[in-house]
Design a protein. Sequence first.
Length: 453
Amino acid sequence: MIASQTKYQLMMSLFIVMLLSSGKAHGTTLSGIWPRNTQSEGVRSVARHWPKVGPNSTDFYLPSTNPDQPNQDSLKKNKYLLFDIATRYEVMVAVNAMYNFDFYFADYRYRWFQIKHPDHPMPYFLRGLNYWWQIMPDPDNEKYDQQFDAYMDTTVMKAEKMYRADKTNMEAVFFLAAAYGFKGRLYSDRKWWRKATLAGRSAMEYMQISREANSDDLGVEFLFGEGLYNYFSVWVSENYRLLRPVMMFFPKGDKPKGLAQLEQVGRAAYYTRVEAQVFVTRIYASEEKRPQDAVETMTYLHRTFPNNSFFHRYIARLYHSAGNWRSADAEAKQIMARVDSNKLGYEAVTGRYGSFILAYNAQFNYRDPEKAKTWYKRCIAFTEQTEDFDSGYYLYALMQMGRMASQQRQTEEAIGYYTKLEQYSDGKSDYHKEAKKFLKDNKPKGGWLFGLF
């Protein structure tokens, strides 16, 4: 329990949460409405540089003029399975299918790969990653936790055996850092602080081994973890003063370098390419104030993997935050059609995003309050299904439903919405203040208890 941890362990846990979190708290917010053309002068558009691949593609793009990539001759001589040409053709089909949410096909190919390489950590890591992306649409759903954890543990076991046999094996170090990193992300989402601390510490230890070895064996693949560390270690120090003393014990980060490394991984890597692009999108949208680049990058991902619900709702939210309400509306309608048809990955969390966008547009752009109420009610229902009561979408929907009911003199209905808003909103927030005032002004004569009879 947190209470039994030392102060150092607690601060380490918080750092791991910030660094490794899957990003539930880093999405766009209602207040983040950007103008359409706010990209700073001189900042290039990046999405056009992403490789052009699709969910069924075996293309792993080895342009001889790309300085980020080793040439084919060097790949053929490489001793690691990660860079074996035949393996890349075989595995990338499954990897692209996984990101397109064809999990059955991806696992089928991964299992065949495991049969061919039973003592290598790579097939077990990929099978664990396949479960990770089944968790991504609803990070609070623990249905796949055990399978994910088991495959990452097996990855660690196989990689440790390789590393013990050869301390210069940077492929083993890569999988150790990656497996511990993903385990830390899951544990931080589950608020298992001690486990998150231990996993995150192990991930950083193996990252440091690679940095100290100054090895080019893994090329751009290993830059993913280093880029995350360089960027977010500085970000944590800037945003959480409590953790600044802790960061003194870690290597100094570099935000511009970290972002450049993640962009490089997004352009040139094979296995970590998509993961890097997801983080790059978050950084553009939430930290660097480059909304156009965020939209372009996520548009690329959504078009490349059209069945990925996480990418689908992300581009809809980015359109909404950027004020591009017509594009947001079109994506949200498609999202809700898929939710209503029970399409894989389109569950309650995705439904909350889609229904909120449609409600907001109906209220403020189409000026149709009745349709807005219908969609706000669905947003509220989806949120209560997942019990994400602190969601900004949920609180905003309650507030608007309370206001509309009050305007239509449906006082009892308004009281119901404002009661929930007061209960679930932060005591210092405007939501809470508005709810408290309304309930006070509409208190039944004789008090609430008398009003029940």
